[in-house]
Ligand binder design. Structure first.
Ligand SMILES: [Ca+2]
Ligand SMILES: [Ca+2]
Ligand SMILES: [Ca+2]
Ligand SMILES: [Ca+2]
Length: 330
């Protein structure tokens, strides 16, 4: 009972962290920091990283931006920005291979894009809404899709009275889906997504909801500072803040448990053994219930589900795996 009470209080705070404005749902890393609210096209929501279910010799990288596209965000990518998959091949959280994606201005509802590989100078051209085969193996596409994230946000806000209503149902996002041969990389890699414009880095994410849950919104500017930092700086700059969030009331983890959690959660990168088709925390598949997994971690197993167990649309078994966008009422 004691543990459950602490968990309830902790999760109520967690819900408070998620609420920026009453009418706006805030999710994994959707709309979590002030600098992101003015341009959803630079607001990374989630990254996904998994062995291709279509071809086990390939690995799939997905990043999503434009939370609640056409409602709170644009439906196109920012032509003044760069979108990145940063891949660390030697476990120091410093990227060794970067895939940068640049978009043209929209024309007739479509954007041209180019994917540039930092090593070897290889580039791949494509267009939103189309699948492009990559010479040597793999595919790439970008465009508007159903948001693959699912979460009973109202249940959290209502003191854990879950009703299993997905606050992200009928929400669309913009995504880049890049599938590449696993042979391009070591078996074990660490990945984070990044957005930047001429003013510098705007957002970055590896694991779901690190900024949202563990970097306090109550300290002005701290989440923007986190989003503008590099994962290789995370332990030096943010470990004590994360430990404080984990050990302070109401979360109240023991120092030992908080330290072991911090070792899993920082640096904020997604880690995968690409020879394995297992999901989160081995990378992150679209269908993985990361909210349940993270609540289980935070509550030490006392709370295991928000009763939303799957996305509101069925994921595809073939590239690009994401479901088609919802048709929104005008
Ligand atoms: Ca974000
Ligand atoms: Ca590295
Ligand atoms: Ca969805
Ligand atoms: Ca769930």
């Amino acid at each position: 009972m004691f543990k459950l009470t602490l968990v309830h209080v902790g999760l109520i705070l967690f819900v408070g962290c998620l609420a920026i404005a009453d009418h706006v749902a805030v999710g994994a890393d959707h709309r979590e920091a002030p600098a992101l609210l003015s341009n959803g096209a630079l607001d990374l929501n989630d990254i996904y990283l998994f062995q291709s279910p279509e071809n086990p010799n390939n690995v799939v990288f997905i990043l999503t931006v434009n939370p609640f596209a056409a409602v709170n965000s644009p439906t196109t990518f920012d032509p003044r920005a760069v979108y990145e998959f940063n891949i660390d091949t030697n476990a120091d959280a410093i990227p060794n291979i970067v895939y940068q994606i640049y978009f043209s201005a929209p024309r007739n509802g479509a954007q041209r894009f180019v994917v540039i590989q930092s090593t070897g100078g290889r580039s791949i051209s494509g267009q939103t809404g189309r699948v492009t085969d990559i010479p040597g193996g793999g595919k790439v596409t970008a465009g508007l899709f159903d948001d693959p994230f699912f979460f009973d946000l109202s249940g959290f806000r209502n003191g854990l009275n879950f009703t299993g209503v997905d606050a992200f149902a009928r929400a669309n996002i913009s995504a880049v889906v890049l599938e590449l041969p696993r042979s391009l990389f070591p078996t074990n890699i660490k990945v984070f997504g990044r957005t930047a414009n001429r003013g510098g880095q705007v957002d970055r994410t590896g694991l779901p909801a690190i900024a949202t849950v563990l970097i306090p919104a109550s300290t002005p500017g701290l989440r923007d500072q986190f989003n503008r930092a590099s994962p290789s700086q995370d332990v030096a700059l943010f470990r004590n803040i994360v430990l404080n969030s984990l050990t302070s009331p109401p979360l109240s983890n023991s120092p030992e448990r908080a330290a072991s959690l911090a070792d899993v959660l920082l640096p904020d990168v997604s880690t995968i053994d690409t020879s394995s088709s297992a999901g989160f925390l081995n990378g992150r598949r679209l269908q993985d219930d990361v909210i349940d997994a993270e609540l289980g971690l935070l509550s030490n197993g006392a709370v295991t589900t928000d009763l939303v167990n799957s996305n509101d649309k069925t994921f595809l078994t073939t590239f690009p795996y994401l479901a088609a966008p919802h048709v929104l009422a005008p």
